[in-house]
Design a protein around this ligand. Structure first.
Ligand SMILES: [Zn+2]
Length: 253
């Protein structure tokens, strides 16, 4: 599985885009979160990675939660598809039930087109094909299979286990450090964990208590601009970095 890390910043970063990624698929791309300024973010990720990213080819967007540094780009993506790439199919938009329940509440004031009147001209379904991520099993998201688990964060947020049938990516999403969450992610071949170093987030010191085998398979993002992490097995990711996720089983054969 090829993963393009499109952003590694936290909510206050002035240097990097919000923590997010694209998974390359045979049909295009599946997005993990969609932070503010997504068009600039995808352009920059294309330049750094050397992989051409057409925002019109993102067929699925998986939203972990509704904070702006993760979901602030949905309006731009919706209007881009409507006005700049009208021939591209409507993207599917995925979130856990408690997240999806408030999706349109977040987007409607700037997207429902009611003008000065009372009657909305548009709904979420006019821009996206919404789908809920099952809380108790697998959800088929295009060519991928997704499992979710609630994290410990200020708003409803899910971590992700995403498989293409050959390898599995673990994505902690925003969360306080929680050993049970790390244990759940340990099934993945490669884990991208947040390291926000602040309240409602995990710290490097906490993450460095995980087993060495797990740390070696862990990459970090959501690190504040002014934080330097100690050297260790858990490498810090950079905007535009490409991860080739390989199955641990086939690697050891
Ligand atoms: Zn958050």
């Amino acid at each position: 599985m090829r993963v393009i890390v499109t952003g590694t910043g936290d909510a206050f970063s002035t240097e990097r885009f919000g923590s997010s990624a694209l998974i390359q698929t045979p049909e295009g791309f599946t997005a993990i979160d969609c932070p503010a300024s997504p068009l600039g973010m995808y352009r920059r990720a294309s330049e750094v990675s050397g992989i051409a990213i057409d925002p019109g080819c993102i067929h699925d967007l998986i939203m972990t939660h509704l904070h702006a540094d993760h979901a602030g780009g949905l309006e731009t993506m919706a209007f881009y598809r409507r006005y700049k790439a009208p021939d591209s199919p409507k993207p599917r938009l995925w979130a856990a039930p408690g997240v999806m329940a408030r999706m349109w509440e977040r987007l409607a004031p700037s997207m429902d087109g009611r003008g000065l009147g009372e009657t909305p001209a548009s709904s979420l379904e006019d821009f996206f094909e919404p789908g809920e991520l099952a809380l108790d099993g697998d959800t088929r998201v295009g060519p991928l299979t997704v499992r979710v688990r609630w994290t410990i964060h200020a708003v409803p947020t899910v971590g992700l286990l995403i498989s293409d049938g050959e390898s599995t990516l673990g994505w902690s999403s925003d969360t306080e450090f929680h050993v049970e969450h790390a244990d759940w992610l340990a099934e993945a071949d490669l884990i991208v964990h947040e390291c926000g170093e602040s309240v409602k987030h995990a710290t490097w010191e906490q993450l460095s208590t995980l087993p060495e085998d797990l740390q070696r398979r862990t990459r970090l993002l959501h690190v504040p601009d002014d934080v330097d992490l100690p050297d260790g097995s858990m490498k810090r990711l950079h905007d535009g970095e490409v991860l080739e996720v390989q199955s641990r089983i086939s690697e050891s054969i």
